[in-house]
Each structure stands twice: as structure tokens, then as C-alpha cells.
Write a protein that binds this ligand. Structure first.
Ligand code: CIR
Length: 256
């Protein structure tokens, strides 16, 4: 039996009404998005993860991006209160799905935070101060997690939607980073691989054990990763990228 579970949610038929912040709207081919999402779920399964795939929600355009709605740790899960009002109704079904697995804690107004802004590396939690995530939420996360020994800090992020558009974990002490969008100094003690500057969106990867799920759209950065000995499973995530989503956004992965 696998140690890891991933919660995913099928692509909403309303995906073309998604929120957009830094991208121009382009038509999203629903069928193509669905088949790429299926490929993504298969990639998770190929890495030994049990996938709990929730039904699509036609009236919640961004609900495929389950990562934004919760922060799941070994000790508890925090339901986030996402920054965009259209996304707040996504909270209830994710809370219901997580409740058998973890004790739940809830961010209260005026706090807002998107899970895409939350990078957890061991007991360090970095929260991007983006248009979606604020200081009140950071303070609430700090007080929820202090008893478990986590250190939580806000990090400036510019030019992209979320912190994890700019930096993700790809190894024990190793981050994949776009230094144009975050400062490496904000992550003391970490090592870095930089994205290729021709691929600004290339810093988002899903780490599962010692491998990453990585978009096929970034061959230059992929080469750097392979040269560094990182093992990858590539997926085509190009349709959901038009909704400003990347690979981490589409799952909540945690230990059973
Ligand atoms: C949004 O703007 O909320 C969605 N269109 C995209 C969310 C992507 N989520 C993520 O990066 N964690």
C-alpha cells in the first residue's frame, strides 16, 4: 500500500471563466485540459501515489487547482480561505475530503492565503506575499503551527501569481528558482538550480520522493535538471497553464 495520497479534482467545464492575474485570456480546450489532467494523475500513480480524484464542479472554474485551498502537513491541515472571492466556495468540499485524514484548522477573515503561496521545506514554511496572501493569514499560520515547531515567514514575490510559480522544492535542500521573481537570500541554507531565463514559468515542479513531475514545456531548464541528476516524469500541462495553473496546483499530496 502506498504511503502517499494525492487529492485532485477533475477540470471544471467552466474553466474558461477562471481567474487570471498576469496572463491574457486565451481559449482553453476543455477536452485537451481533461486529458492532460488525466495524464498528470497517471504520472502521480506511476510514482506510487494513491490518487483521490474528486468530481468536477461546473460552477467553480478554478477548482482543479486544489493546492490553493489547503496546507496539509503531517500534524494537521489548514483550510486556507483563498484570496479570490470566486474560489472561496472551493473550501467546503476540500475540507470534507481532508477531514478523515487530518485535524482541520481554518484561516479566518481578514486572512487570505492561496496554497500556491506556501512552500514547506521540512519545518520551514515560506509564504509568498502575493496579491492573494496577506499578513493576517501568515500570523494565523504561525500561531497554528508554533506548537509543532514550524518556523513561518513571509517572502516577497513579484511578477507572478504565487510563490510556487517562482520557487519549488526539488530535493532535500534543493530549490528550483526563478531569481527574477524571488530573492534567493530569503531561503537561507538552501541550494538552488536556476531556471533558464527564456522559460520564466519553469520553476514549478512537483516533488514525489526523489523524483519530480515536470512540464514538457521547458526543455532548456529540463536539461539543467537532468545534468544535475534530477529524475523527472514529464507531463504536458499546456492547457491548464493558460489558466495560470502549473503542476503543483493540481494536487494536495500528503502522507497517509
Ligand atoms: C487562479 O488565478 O486562482 C487560477 N486561475 C490559477 C491558480 C493556480 N494555482 C496555483 O498556482 N497554485
Amino acid at each position: 500500500m502506498s504511503e502517499l495520497v494525492a487529492i485532485t479534482r477533475q477540470v471544471s467545464p467552466g474553466i474558461n471563466q477562471c481567474e487570471l492575474t498576469h496572463l491574457q485570456r486565451q481559449p482553453i480546450d476543455l477536452q485537451r485540459a481533461q486529458s492532460q489532467h488525466h495524464e498528470y494523475e497517471q504520472a502521480l500513480r506511476s510514482l506510487g501515489v494513491d490518487v483521490v480524484s474528486l468530481e468536477a464542479a461546473p460552477d467553480l472554474p478554478d477548482s482543479v487547482f486544489v493546492e490553493d485551498v489547503a496546507i496539509v502537513l503531517d500534524e494537521c491541515a489548514i483550510i486556507t480561505r483563498p484570496g479570490a472571492d470566486s474560489r472561496k466556495p472551493e473550501m467546503e468540499p476540500i475540507a470534507k475530503t481532508l477531514s478523515p485524514f487530518r485535524k482541520l484548522l481554518f484561516i479566518q477573515a481578514p486572512g487570505t492565503v492561496d496554497g500556491g503561496d506556501v512552500l514547506t521545506v521540512g519545518k520551514h514554511i515560506y509564504v509568498g506575499l502575493s496579491s492573494r496572501s496577506n499578513q493576517s493569514a501568515i500570523e494565523q499560520i504561525q500561531s497554528f503551527l508554533a506548537p509543532f515547531g514550524y518556523q513561518v515567514r513571509g517572502v516577497d514575490v513579484t511578477g507572478c501569481l504565487h510563490l510556487k510559480s517562482a520557487v519549488t522544492q526539488i530535493g532535500d535542500n534543493l530549490l528550483l528558482v526563478n531569481p527574477a521573481w524571488v530573492r534567493k537570500d530569503d531561503f537561507p541554507g538552501m541550494q538552488f538550480i536556476e531556471i533558464d531565463p527564456f522559460e520564466p514559468y519553469a520553476a514549478n515542479a512537483v516533488l514525489v520522493d526523489d523524483k519530480i513531475i515536470y512540464p514538457s514545456a521547458f526543455p532548456l531548464t529540463r536539461k539543467n535538471l537532468e545534468t544535475a541528476g534530477i529524475k523527472l516524469v514529464t507531463v504536458d500541462a499546456s492547457e491548464l497553464a493558460k489558466a495560470e495553473g502549473a503542476v503543483t496546483c493540481c494536487s494536495l499530496i500528503f502522507k497517509k
